[in-house]
Design a protein around this ligand. Structure first.
Ligand code: A2P
Length: 283
């Protein structure tokens, strides 16, 4: 599995599948992460907002893996934006993770709330801190999360270093084609959060029919849908069996027409989140 990677514009190789730690079985995070390591995961996505950094740090330490065998992504939260805020956030993340570098560091959201008028200046100040952390080698790659093309344009126009990654919500029925096409045309690697669409996608009739057609699970259909579009899925799971199943993605290939069907199905798994809008509460 670990031989499957995507290459960033700076040459760094990113694992093609990354274990997501958001709400990782609350209460027993460290055990879940040790199980993920047992299942073979060597790349992890965390964020200061998730509260899972310290669990991840201690799970890695307990596993006995060397730091360079693991790929760690973290993100700074909406309240940690700005130059000083970002510098301090990075220090806190490094401490919580018990490490002296991050493989990838992201700005979690482009603006603290939808009414924040001066987001362009705030993003640039924050980005300047990430550029410096990158120059210092404290972070091996830098990027953004939940940025739409107009947010990225600001960084490309005024920043020194282009974002290398954009992590966004992505699953069948919510394929964010405009944002994905924009990133891929600029060699910005897309990563998919909620690749299983809050489980709602797993029960969708099309996804279930394709699972049957290819002889795999609905979750594997969703994860392969991302991979075949050149996107790194970030699945989370709590049992060893599901963790293993979610890594077993290389013995089948979805046909192009099925990828189109999955792209165009209704957005049954949408979280209700959008960077420029108040959150829509869905039942
Ligand atoms: P669990 O922790 O109970 O395993 P997301 O919206 O982030 O894609 O998450 C969907 C949820 O799907 C996860 O929280 C996880 O819950 C569950 N899940 C993960 N892998 C599988 C799988 N292979 N089959 C069914 N459910 C899964």
């Amino acid at each position: 599995m670990q031989q499957h990677t995507f290459q960033l514009q700076n040459g760094l190789r990113v694992p093609a599948l990354i274990f997501g730690t958001y709400k990782t079985a609350e209460e027993q995070n460290e055990d879940v992460l040790l199980t993920a390591i047992e299942a073979g995961y060597r790349a992890f996505d965390t964020a200061s907002f998730y509260g899972t950094e310290s669990y991840l740090g201690s799970a890695i330490r307990k596993s006995g893996l060397a730091r360079e065998e693991v790929f760690i992504t973290s993100k700074l939260w909406k309240t940690e934006m700005g130059y000083e805020g970002a510098m301090a956030a990075a220090r806190r993340s490094l401490e919580a993770l018990q490490t002296d570098y991050l493989d990838l560091y992201l700005i979690h959201w482009p603006l603290p709330d939808p009414d924040y008028a001066d987001w362009k200046a705030l993003d640039l100040e924050t980005w300047q801190a990430l550029e410096e952390l990158y120059d210092q080698g404290v972070v091996k790659a830098i990027g953004v999360s939940n940025f739409h093309p107009h947010h990225i344009e600001n960084l490309l126009a005024h920043g020194r270093i282009a974002p290398m990654v954009d992590q966004m919500e992505y699953h069948p029925g919510h394929a964010q084609e405009a944002a994905v096409a924009y990133c891929q045309a600029r060699n910005i690697l897309v990563q998919a959060w909620s690749p299983l669409g809050k489980r709602r996608v797993l029960g969708d009739p099309l996804v279930c029919a394709l699972a049957e057609k290819y002889g795999v699970s609905p979750a594997q259909i969703c994860l392969k849908f991302a991979l075949q579009r050149g996107i790194v899925p970030l699945p989370k799971a709590s049992s060893l069996e599901r963790m293993r199943q979610n890594r077993d993605l290389f013995s089948f290939e979805l046909e192009e027409e099925d990828l189109y069907r999955l792209t165009c199905m209704p957005p049954v798994g949408w979280s209700g989140e959008h960077p420029d809008r108040p959150r829509v509460r869905l039942t």
